[in-house]
Design a protein around this ligand. Sequence first.
Ligand SMILES: CC(C)(COP(=O)(O)OP(=O)(O)OC[C@H]1O[C@@H](n2cnc3c(N)ncnc32)[C@H](O)[C@@H]1OP(=O)(O)O)[C@@H](O)C(=O)NCCC(=O)NCCS
Length: 322
Amino acid sequence: MSIQITGVDPRDVALLLQWNGLLRDGYAAGREKVWSRSDETTRLQFQNPHPTRRSVLLLAEIDGLAVGAAEAHGHPDEPVDVEIAVLEGFRRRGVARALLHAVRSTLRGTATVMRTETYSDAGVSFARSAGMRVGVRESRQVVDLPLPPGTLDSLPGPPSDVEVVSWVGACPPRLLNGWARLRTHMSEDVPMGDLTRTVVPADIDAVRRNEERMAEQGYALVRSVACVDAHAVGYTEILLSLPDPKIVLQDDTFVEERVRGRGIGRALKTANLRRLMSVPESAGSRFLQTYTALTNEPMLALNRSVGFDEVDVLTVLEGPLG
Ligand SMILES: CC(C)(COP(=O)(O)OP(=O)(O)OC[C@H]1O[C@@H](n2cnc3c(N)ncnc32)[C@H](O)[C@@H]1OP(=O)(O)O)[C@@H](O)C(=O)NCCC(=O)NCCS
């Protein structure tokens, strides 16, 4: 048995989609209600690569049969994110080890730390065997869509001094400074366990660039901001893939520390879910997914009150790249 590792040229669309399918199937094995990047989004993402991102796409074959895949991305001065998946029938034959070896050889010298994600004991054992250690564990919680009638109406609204504004797409100019400031605070505050924290200041240009890239990749950004005296104190964001609306992603939610515990987080999520329902494509949505650190009890409880249940646990591990 010989394992062969080859690079995937993203311009070869058939090969790119085969590679994406291997990652999807490897990560989905044995799990329920799994989100995976659609073929359409994959094509769009690699057609127009991020200007400062270094990416490695690898395919593993045994006797000419594709059985595993790896994807790694690195930005200057940030940990490299690595994903490796092997089809169920071909595990424990050294395929993942060979893929990781190739990722390391390709990226050596460009970064010092790598990070990986897994939902299984096998993944944790594999990553540990490769010298990585657990950084954080997150609950993946899911709620079925559409929500039962009356769910949102039964939840309390915002406190009387708080105004919640919701929209879809680019941030309105009058909220842009507040949005950028809150996003930066989020990256400083979000529980990360022992993982390396890279605070990426979200200046206005970065916010606009991100909005453009997400729109190019087919995402509708459903957003809400909470304001007290016209000052933004919290935000939340949902990503709805228009070509593939079945699974909706609840992304960041952040409330400034000084106004926490007043129901602003829940009011933001409720308002944003209402706005989501008004996007025609959401009629095809079957569930909403979110991730919360196992140590973040307030957010886990808030999500449960909206109807979210845990489906599995994500473990993020980190270790030296070299
Ligand atoms: C994790 C995964 C990629 C491992 O792929 P694999 O090809 O079976 O792994 P390898 O055969 O290269 O294993 C290398 C070493 O990892 C460890 N390992 C891998 N799977 C393991 C398991 N199920 N239990 C215990 N240790 C395991 C062992 O130390 C193994 O060496 P050994 O077989 O000589 O004992 C595969 O199980 C998978 O695709 N899982 C779903 C996707 C995922 O979670 N990816 C996360 C990557 S960190």
